[in-house]
Ligand binder design. Structure first.
Ligand SMILES: Cc1ncc(COP(=O)(O)O)c(C=O)c1O
Length: 380
């Protein structure tokens, strides 16, 4: 079992704050900071001399990422700079195939790329009471729309923390011949995730939350059959997507690689990718199942304490299968003002979302952070 108290020391943010806003931005641990600084040192002192080492490290990061999400190969991963970029790639590949079934709880990055390609092509499953997207409602939508070809969903919803049952949804997608596209931004680094277990076709995400890698680093997983199918071509293209890289004779003819690099455009953002490299090593050492268990324990504690204050929990927590590390509750005051006050006066960092306050601890948080929050809420 990891020594959680010791791991807390890896996060200097804890010296100043009770930081409970990891669903917004994850503070980086010291090891990721060191990696980023090392890169800037290298580019200052060695620069081009280290190019070939950097190229090897990029592939290593892709291999690690593939392992982290339960994919077969780093060749199925392309680096993006954000979730939105990844979702745009998928939307441009798939929109022409037919309608897209999404839902009304999604973060805008899941839906806007599809609406931009074709505003009439997206169908929204409504949330049932208590902020859930029920499989039966998705099934109804599928049976009423025979022309639907794609299912889009977050694994964990950004606001309410509702966790979709991807194993069941994967089976539904397979049975109905739908392509399954998952936004895993709120899940990677906090919850077990496996493209193989779930039968997912595309995964998009970003590193600046639970993956603890800071900004400018996202990734997309593309199932091999789509990489090999010539019907699915990238909208933008550059030499990093050529089969033979760094050949200066290849500017007369497109000779596209069959791996996911064809979706990467231009020289890589090495520093962010190497930050992700360090973060993946760090998270893998701790173990994702340990992290998931720890987060559920911390949020069990949080829910109990909030309930003891008589506060309404807006997240669907009644059934454990919908539970995640994100908890939304209804405060007695305006959430935006209250979040501002808690930060200014008490150094407790949270997020206001809709009519609630979102609490999103990572594994370096502890019961003391929660007690501090509850104590202040009680006073207010
Ligand atoms: C579910 C989800 N997707 C995506 C994002 C961010 O998207 P992007 O990386 O495109 O800024 C967020 C949060 O900011 C999110 O909660």
């Amino acid at each position: 079992m990891p020594n959680w108290d010791k791991l807390r020391d890896d996060f200097p943010v804890t010296r100043k704050y009770s930081y409970l806003a990891n669903a917004a931005i994850g503070p980086i641990p010291v090891t990721v900071y060191n990696e980023a600084v090392r890169f800037y040192h290298d580019i200052m002192y060695h620069s081009e001399h280290l190019w070939s080492d950097w190229v090897v490290k990029i592939q290593d990061t892709k291999d690690q990422y593939a392992k982290f999400i339960g994919a077969d190969s780093g060749k199925d991963i392309a680096f993006t700079h954000s979730t939105s970029e990844g979702m745009n790639i998928v939307a441009h590949m798939l929109s022409k195939q037919g309608s897209v079934i999404s839902n009304e709880l999604e973060f805008p990055s899941s839906n806007l790329p599809w609406l931009n390609v074709n505003p009439n092509n997206v169908l929204f499953v409504k949330a049932s009471n208590n902020n859930k997207i029920l499989l039966e409602d998705i099934l109804k939508m599928i049976s009423h729309n025979g022309h639907a070809k794609t299912l889009v969903t977050s694994h964990i919803q950004y606001s309410t923390g509702f966790k979709q049952d991807l194993t069941a949804l994967g089976e539904i997608a397979k049975k109905n011949r739908l392509v399954l596209v998952v936004n895993a931004t709120q899940s990677l680094g906090a919850s077990h995730f496996s493209v193989k277990d779930y039968g997912v076709d595309f995964v998009v995400g970003t590193g600046h939350k639970w993956l603890l890698s800071s900004f400018g680093i996202g990734a997309i997983y593309i199932r091999r059959k789509y990489l090999e199918d010539l019907a699915f071509q990238p909208l933008f293209f550059g030499q990093s997507g050529q089969r033979k890289k760094e050949s200066y004779r290849n500017n007369m003819k497109v000779d596209m690689s069959k791996d996911a690099t064809k979706f990467e455009v231009g020289t890589p953002h090495f520093q962010s990718i190497f930050a992700l490299n360090a973060a993946l090593k760090y998270l893998s050492r701790i173990g994702i199942l340990n992290i998931e268990r720890r987060l559920l324990k911390l949020t069990d504690y949080l829910i109990e304490k909030l309930r003891s204050l008589g506060l309404e929990i807006l997240s669907p927590v009644e059934n454990r299968k919908y539970r995640s590390q994100i908890v939304l509750f209804k405060p007695i005051r305006n959430p935006v003002n209250l979040v501002g006050e808690l930060e200014r006066k008490h150094k407790i960092v949270l997020s206001a979302r809709g009519n609630g306050i979102r609490v999103s601890p990572h594994f370096y948080n502890n019961e003391d952070d929660i007690d501090k929050l509850v104590k202040v809420l009680k006073k207010l």
